[in-house]
Design a protein around this ligand. Structure first.
Ligand code: HEM
Length: 413
C-alpha cells in the first residue's frame, strides 16, 4: 500500500469501535503513511500511536518512556480537564509493577521471578491437561443437549485460565467458585461498581489466605511469593495483594483471547486446522503464529514521555501518552513476509505479543503451555469442529488494549 492511497476509515485518528473491530487494515495504512502519529481514544484521550516494528521495539526499551502510574495519572488529569473522559486509563492506573519504573519495578520483578519459576509452570502441566479434559467433556455433553452450537469462549476459553490460576496460587478447593466469581466480575469490568465490590471482597479474602499460608506454607505460588526474598527484602502485605491482582488481570483475559483468537484462525482455514489435528506436535508453532497474527494484547499498556523522544522520524514532546501497537508491529512486512497470512510454518521469532524489554510478560511460559494444551486437545477431541456463524457475524469486545472476540459459536461435530 502506498502513502497516496486513502485510509479506508475516515476517522482513522480515533481508536473507536469501528477501528478496533478490524485494526489491521488501518495499521497497514498507518505504517506506510504516518507510522508514529497522534490519535485519540474513543473516550477522547490524545495519545501517540507507534505502529512500525522497529519503532515499537525501540520504544519498549526506551527508559524515557515511563510506565510510572503517578505520571500517567497526572497527564490523564490534565486531559480530563480538557474534556477527555476518565474511562480507558482506569485499567492501567494501579500501584503494581507493570505501572512502575526502575528501581521499584526491578525490585518487585526480581521477587516475583524467584517465585514464578519455569519449574513451577512445568509442574502444572498434568493439572492443566486434566482441567482441559474435564472442560472438553463438559462441552461435549452441553452440545448434545441442543444443536445450536456452543460458545467456545464461555464453555472453554474463559474457565480454563481461571481454574489454572487458582491451581497456581493455591486457592483451596472450597473457595474456588467464589474466587472465580470475583475474578470474572473484576476482569470483565462490565459493571464498575460490582467490579469494585468484587475486588474488595477478593482483597479481604487474599489477606486471610496470606495469613493462612504463613502459618501453613504449601507448594504454591502464593507461598513462594510470601517467602521470596532478596537479602532482607520481601514483598509487603499490600505489595503481595497488588501482585496477585496483577497476575490475575494480566493473566486471565489474555489467555482467554489467545485460545479464542487461535481457534478462530484455525477454523477460518480448514487446512491449518487439519495440520494441527494430524500433527499435534505443531501446537507450539500454532500458538506462536496466533500470538503474532492476532495476539491478545493489541496495544501495550500506557507509557508517557518524560522528555522529548524521537520515534522514527517523529519527535514526541515531553509529557505525552504513548501506546505501542503490538498488533501492528507483528504485521510489519519489514519484519515478517506476507504478514497478513496465518501460516503455522513461518518463522515467528521476535514477535512482540508478550511485549519487550523490562516489562516482558512474566507469565509467557504459562500462557504458552496453556495455549498449546488447549489448542492441541481441542483439535484432537473435536476433529470436525466448525464455526457456527459466518465470519461477518463475529465481533470483538470493545476494549482499547485487548483483542478478543465477544463470542465464538462453534459446532463440535
Ligand atoms: C506483562 C502479554 C499472559 C502476567 C505483559 C505485557 C504483555 C503481556 C504485552 C507487557 C505490557 C507492557 O509492556 O505494556 C500477555 C499475553 C498473554 C499473557 C499475550 C497470554 C497469551 C500472562 C499470564 C500471566 C501474565 C498467564 C500470569 C499469570 C504478566 C505480568 C506482567 C505482564 C505480571 C507485567 C510484567 C512487568 O511489568 O514486568 N503481558 N500476557 N501474563 N504479564 Fe502477560
Amino acid at each position: 500500500m502506498t502513502s497516496s492511497q486513502q485510509c479506508p476509515h475516515d476517522s482513522v485518528s480515533v481508536l473507536d469501535d469501528e477501528f478496533l473491530q478490524d485494526p489491521h487494515v488501518h495499521y497497514a495504512w498507518m505504517r506506510e503513511s504516518d507510522p508514529t502519529r497522534r490519535v485519540v481514544t474513543v473516550t477522547g484521550l490524545p495519545v501517540w500511536l507507534v505502529t512500525r516494528y522497529a519503532d515499537a521495539k525501540a520504544a519498549l526499551t526506551d527508559p524515557r518512556l515511563s510506565k510510572d502510574y503517578r505520571g500517567i495519572g497526572r497527564i490523564t488529569e490534565r486531559e480530563v480537564e480538557r474534556g477527555a473522559q476518565r474511562a480507558d486509563i482506569s485499567e492501567s492506573v494501579q500501584a503494581h509493577m507493570l505501572n512502575m519504573d526502575p528501581p521499584d519495578h526491578t525490585r518487585l520483578r526480581k521477587l516475583v521471578v524467584k517465585a514464578f519459576t519455569a519449574r513451577r509452570v512445568e509442574a502444572l502441566r498434568p493439572r492443566i491437561e486434566q482441567i482441559t479434559g474435564e472442560l472438553l467433556d463438559e462441552m461435549a455433553a452441553t452440545e448434545h443437549a441442543g444443536d445450536a452450537g456452543i460458545d467456545l469462549l464461555d464453555e472453554f476459553a474463559f474457565p480454563l485460565p481461571i481454574r489454572v490460576i487458582c491451581e497456581l496460587l493455591g486457592i483451596p478447593e472450597d473457595r474456588r467458585d467464589e474466587f472465580r466469581e470475583w475474578s470474572n466480575t473484576v476482569v470483565s469490568g462490565q459493571d464498575p461498581q460490582a467490579a469494585e465490590r468484587a475486588a474488595a471482597a477478593m482483597a479481604e479474602y487474599l489477606f486471610e489466605l496470606v495469613a493462612e499460608k504463613r502459618r501453613n506454607p504449601m507448594d504454591d505460588l502464593l507461598t513462594a511469593l510470601i517467602e521470596a526474598s532478596d537479602d532482607a527484602d520481601r514483598l509487603s502485605g499490600e505489595e503481595l495483594i497488588a501482585m496477585v491482582f496483577l497476575l490475575l488481570v494480566a493473566g486471565h483475559e489474555t489467555t482467554v483471547n489467545l485460545i479464542g483468537n487461535g481457534v478462530l484462525a484455525l477454523l477460518r482455514d480448514p487446512e491449518q486446522y487439519r495440520l494441527l489435528r494430524d500433527e499435534p506436535e505443531r501446537a507450539a508453532s500454532v500458538v506462536e503464529e496466533t500470538l503474532r497474527f492476532d495476539g491478545p494484547v493489541n496495544l501495550a499498556t500506557f507509557r508517557y514521555t518524560t522528555e522529548p523522544v524521537m520515534v522514527g522520524d517523529v519527535e514526541i514532546p515531553a509529557e505525552e501518552l504513548v501506546l505501542v501497537a503490538l498488533g501492528s508491529a507483528n504485521r510489519d512486512s519489514e519484519k515478517f513476509d506476507t504478514p497478513d497470512r496465518f501460516d503455522q510454518d513461518r518463522a515467528t521469532n521476535g514477535h512482540l505479543a508478550f511485549g519487550h524489554g523490562i516489562h516482558f510478560c512474566v507469565g509467557a511460559p504459562l500462557a504458552r503451555l496453556e495455549g498449546q494444551i488447549a489448542l492441541r486437545r481441542l483439535t484432537e477431541r473435536f476433529p470436525a469442529m466448525k464455526l457456527a456463524l459466518s465470519e461477518e457475524q463475529l465481533s470483538y469486545r470493545p476494549s482499547t488494549l485487548m483483542r478478543g472476540l465477544e463470542q465464538l459459536p462453534v459446532r463440535l461435530s
